[in-house]
Structure formats: structure tokens, C-alpha cells
Write a protein that binds this ligand. Structure first.
Ligand SMILES: C[S@@+](CC[C@H](N)C(=O)[O-])C[C@H]1O[C@@H](n2cnc3c(N)ncnc32)[C@H](O)[C@@H]1O
Length: 312
């Protein structure tokens, strides 16, 4: 009977400690040239996430966990996950079925992208100093995916009602589970539809979005890890701005006086500025990395409404 060839370049260590398992995995991941950035930053982070997950260890116990020697079946389970990561280039979040965002745990599977937006940092600050957190009573998250941004906002602003929209019924099934998990169902409503379309004429103090913003050309060049994510969560036309344009066109009508629009556009930042040269996008800075997030106020949207409604 043919056997599947080992995906490893070296022999796994015998009776390893947690630290040795992580080191082994990280070396193999580096040797294979895996891509990171789906909630983990490098090979060691990736391997550690899988080891801690398989062994049921808590990251808070990292200090003592590294010396632990797992039993044989547990080691086999870890090596199975390493092999899966190497053979199919599946991001670790999908192998674990979960990922953390803004300090919260979310269920994830291939119906939603892996939560990783730098918006987490802004949410943790209550979007200060751009808006007074105490006056945020209505929030909408456009393109909610797993629900991570909407749920983190609901928890950050306990006085607020939150709407969350997605065009994917599959994504909303995952978001529904996460809404239940975090107990915010009384204040957070999920909507199926295209950006503002299912919301009628509702207005918000905060409109937040991490929409699809990858151009067709960039999609073709993405590492294999990204192909496990839903195409519609990433791809946004020839210049990556298809969905962002729609948001910009309609945001003014849905923003309350004093409100703000905050949108992640990643590497489409330059193309967006070219498409709307007169619009004073404020590009936000992040202590923990990431960028490509702009902010516009209600006044900005109002003043530039002709340009925002017209750019093709
Ligand atoms: C980049 S993902 C972001 C998911 C989540 N907010 C996060 O940060 O992890 C974009 C999401 O927008 C959804 N989407 C794509 N086109 C949309 C549209 N026209 N209207 C609403 N949602 C859309 C996708 O299904 C996907 O879940």
C-alpha cells in the first residue's frame, strides 16, 4: 500500500518538551517558506499556536508550559497539525477553528476570513481621540465576516446598538455563533445584504468597515494561505475599490452629525487617494502594526459629497 510521504525535512524530536515541539515546527515552517499574517506573525508564533491548541494549554501559562513533556498521542496530534499546515498551507486559525481579536476568542472556519484587522487597536481605545466614546450609541460594521469587529464594538460600547452587515449568508452563520458566544445578541443585529442596502435610512455615530479591497492582479499573486479564505471577502475588482466606492458614496446619508467613518483599505491606499484626490483622508497610525485605514468625519463627507458620489 502506498504511504503518504512525510512533509518534514527532519525527524521529529523523540519525547519532546513543548519548547522542542515548537522549535521543530517553526524550523519546518521556515524551511517550507510558509506565509504568515493570518493572526500570527511568524513561524514560531504559528507553531506555538498549534502546540498550545492541541495540548489544551493556555497562553497565560506560557512560562511553565514550555518545559511540559506531552504524552505520545498528544505529540502525534501536534505533528498531524504541523503536517496539515505544511501540506495544504491552511492558516492555523482554520486548523484550530478559532482566532483571537481585540483580546476576544472567535470561532472561525473557511466561510469567513481570519480576523486580523488593525482596527482592533482602535476599538480597544473606543476610537478616541476621533470620537468621544461616551457618545457612541449607534454603530454599524459593513462586511462583518465572523462578526469580530461588530462584537468587539458591542463590548467596547456597552451603551450602543450595533448593526452588522454581510453579503455572504455563510459568513452570517459564523457571525451568529460568535454573537451567541459573546452574549451580545440583545444589542447586535446581523443583516444580509450589500453594504448599506439592508439598513434602510438608519444613521450611526460610527461606521466601521474592513471590506474586501484586494485588486484582481493582487489576488493572483497571493500566497496559498489566502486561497483558503472566501474569494468574496478579499477580491474587489480591477483596482480593489469596488466595495469601498459604494461605502464612500452612501456614508454621508448614514452618518449622524459628529459621526465618523473608519475603513480599512490596506494596500489600496494609494489607488484610493488617486481616485479621490480632493478628499482629505486621515490615515491612522497603529502601535501594534498594520495600516491602510482611513478616517473621514461627517463634515468631510458632506463637504466632498460631489467627488465622493462621482468617482468611477
Ligand atoms: C475582509 S472581510 C472582513 C471580515 C471581518 N470584518 C474581519 O475584519 O475579519 C470582508 C467581508 O465583507 C463581505 N462582503 C463582501 N462584499 C460585500 C458587500 N458588497 N456588502 C457587504 N459585505 C460584503 C465578505 O463576505 C466578507 O465577510
Amino acid at each position: 500500500m502506498p504511504t503518504t510521504p512525510s512533509p518534514f525535512t527532519r525527524k521529529p524530536p523523540a519525547a519532546p518538551t513543548v519548547a522542542q515541539l515548537i522549535r521543530f515546527g517553526a524550523r519546518e515552517f521556515d524551511a517550507a517558506g510558509l506565509a504568515y499574517g493570518h493572526g500570527t506573525v511568524d513561524a514560531t508564533d504559528d507553531a506555538a499556536a498549534l502546540v498550545f491548541h492541541a495540548l489544551g494549554l493556555d497562553h497565560a501559562d506560557a512560562g511553565t508550559a514550555y518545559a511540559v513533556k506531552p504524552g505520545g498521542p498528544q505529540v502525534e496530534q501536534v505533528l498531524g497539525l504541523f503536517a496539515e499546515r505544511l501540506r495544504r498551507r491552511v492558516p492555523v486559525a482554520y486548523l484550530m477553528g478559532r482566532m483571537w481579536f481585540a483580546g476576544l476568542e472567535f470561532e472561525v472556519d473557511q466561510r469567513v476570513i481570519v480576523p486580523r484587522s488593525p482596527l482592533a487597536e482602535l476599538i480597544a481605545r473606543g476610537f478616541a481621540p476621533w470620537i468621544d466614546p461616551a457618545r457612541v450609541l449607534r454603530v454599524v460594521d459593513l462586511g462583518t465576516g465572523s462578526g469580530c469587529i461588530a462584537i468587539a464594538c458591542a463590548l467596547q460600547f456597552p451603551q450602543a446598538r450595533v448593526d452588522a452587515v454581510d453579503l455572504s449568508p455563510d459568513a452570517l452563520e459564523v457571525a451568529t455563533r460568535n454573537v451567541q458566544r459573546h452574549g451580545v445578541g440583545a444589542r447586535l443585529q446581523l443583516h444580509l445584504g450589500d453594504t448599506f442596502e439592508p439598513l434602510g435610512d438608519a444613521v450611526y455615530d460610527l461606521i466601521v468597515s474592513n471590506p474586501p479591497y484586494v485588486s484582481d492582479a493582487e489576488m493572483d499573486a497571493l500566497p496559498r494561505e489566502y486561497l483558503h479564505e472566501p474569494d468574496m471577502a478579499l477580491r474587489a475588482g480591477s483596482d480593489g475599490l469596488d466595495v469601498v466606492r459604494r461605502i464612500l458614496r452612501e456614508a454621508d446619508a448614514h452618518l449622524a452629525p459628529g459621526g465618523i467613518l473608519v475603513v480599512e483599505v490596506g494596500d489600496s491606499e494609494g489607488r484610493l487617494q488617486q481616485a479621490y484626490p480632493g478628499v482629505p483622508f486621515v490615515w491612522l497610525e497603529f502601535e501594534h502594526g498594520g495600516g491602510g485605514v482611513f478616517l473621514l468625519t461627517k463634515d468631510d463627507l458632506r463637504r466632498h459629497r460631489h467627488e465622493l458620489s462621482g468617482a468611477s
